[in-house]
Design a protein around this ligand. Structure first.
Ligand code: PLP
Length: 372
């Protein structure tokens, strides 16, 4: 078979440096093992059962999914799945219950309605679904605000024969300051978590699992007393935001968008064929940084503006004068969105394309409605 090199790929294309990805996976697996934390990676970043299988091979305790479709696809790779998203609504709950026929399934939830929906769907199929009760420890997205609310929900879970209380979940997504400046945020997180766990234990519901974790806080997870399981997702590829936060080096960013310069007609800028439909419109969050991505080799050159298929590179801070037809690699601000915009991801070593894989859990796996 002849060697395929980067220059023959049609652009825009999502390209993963395999060496960097392997190192990212290994680093997190080693960290979790060293600190005796169960690693349950969130698959929303890669959406690939092949990478999930590698995470499990390296010691992951199970997988975290957001959508029922991610769960269905990931059941090809592993049989212990957390759906870290409220199982609200009969259609969603029914799909999750189906999944529980072939995998150990746990859901994270924060409402009576979710308990009713999930309980009924599981009962209907004669399966057991585990439950983590979700606490809000500062992100203010989902999660009950107090341990007293959590106790009420645990009692309610225990009243459903088809559900099993398996622990507590929280997501520290609000901690986005640079890693070395996270002390105060982690301390208040730890204090709130400890007191909630104490209250749950006093009420007779000690949490068998305490599931938290994110990529910006990944290397400091062991400092949050009580956490037993972490769910980072972005760490597999990393991105410009993760590097700016200091949770990885720039050289740990494994996924770039390969793009071609398609116009230099307007002075002071170059246009690439990666716009919002290749990069998403993701700003840097929590940290300084302009634009929607930066060039791998020239971080001073950012994607300043975008249309759907056009990305405008700002050349104000560089002497580099690209020519039409030149190729560039863009480190995206938020990699999870980029993966989700692609059908195929290409794995490279140097300029050699060694493999490619489908973004198998992309989309929602919806069924078409057949006309009656
Ligand atoms: C509930 C939950 N857990 C874990 C993660 C993974 O966090 P990160 O993207 O920082 O790796 C996410 C990310 O959105 C999430 O929503």
């Amino acid at each position: 078979m002849s060697t395929v090199t980067l220059d023959v790929l049609e652009t825009p294309a999502a390209v993963v440096d395999l060496g960097r990805m392997e190192a990212n996976l290994q680093r997190a697996a080693d960290y979790a093992r060293q600190h005796k934390l169960a690693l349950r990676p969130h698959v929303k970043t890669h959406k690939s059962p092949l990478i999930a299988a590698e995470q499990l091979r390296l010691g992951a305790a199970g997988l975290t999914c957001a959508t029922p479709y991610e769960g269905e696809v990931m059941s090809q790779a592993g049989d212990d799945l957390l759906l870290a998203y409220p199982p609200v609504g009969a259609p969603r709950a029914a799909r999750i219950a189906q999944l529980a026929k072939r995998a150990r399934v746990t859901v994270a939830l924060d409402s009576e309605r979710a308990i009713v929906d999930m309980g009924a769907a599981a009962r209907e199929l004669g399966v057991t679904v585990g439950v983590y009760v979700e606490l809000d420890l500062g992100m203010h997205r989902v999660g009950v605000p107090s341990a007293a609310n959590a106790v009420t929900l645990v009692r309610r879970v225990q009243a459903e024969a088809s559900l099993e209380y398996r622990g507590i979940a929280f997501y520290p997504g609000h901690v986005r300051e640079p890693v070395e400046e996270q002390d105060a945020a982690l301390e208040s997180l730890g204090t709130a978590l400890s007191s909630a766990l104490d209250e749950l234990a006093k009420a007779g519901f000690p949490a068998p699992v305490v599931s938290g974790g994110s990529t910006p806080t990944i290397w400091r997870s062991h400092e949050i007393a009580g956490v037993t399981e972490i769910r980072p997702g972005t760490y597999v590829f990393n991105d410009r935001t993760t590097a700016a936060v200091g949770a990885c080096e720039r050289d740990d960013c494994a996924l770039t968008v390969l793009a071609t310069v398609v116009s230099t007609a307007v002075p002071g800028q170059a246009v690439i064929d990666a716009g919002t439909k290749a990069l998403g419109r993701e700003p840097m969050r929590g940290v300084e940084g302009e634009g929607f991505g930066a060039l791998l080799d020239r971080p001073e050159v950012v994607v300043a503006r975008m249309s759907e298929e056009h990305g405008i590179l700002d050349l104000a801070r560089t002497d580099w004068r690209p020519r039409v037809g030149d190729r560039v690699r863009v480190v995206p601000n938020h990699v999870c969105i980029v993966v989700h915009l692609n059908d195929i991801v290409y794995g490279v070593r140097g300029v050699t394309v060694e493999e490619s894989w489908p973004v198998a859990a992309r989309g929602r796996g919806q069924q078409e409605i057949q006309p009656a």
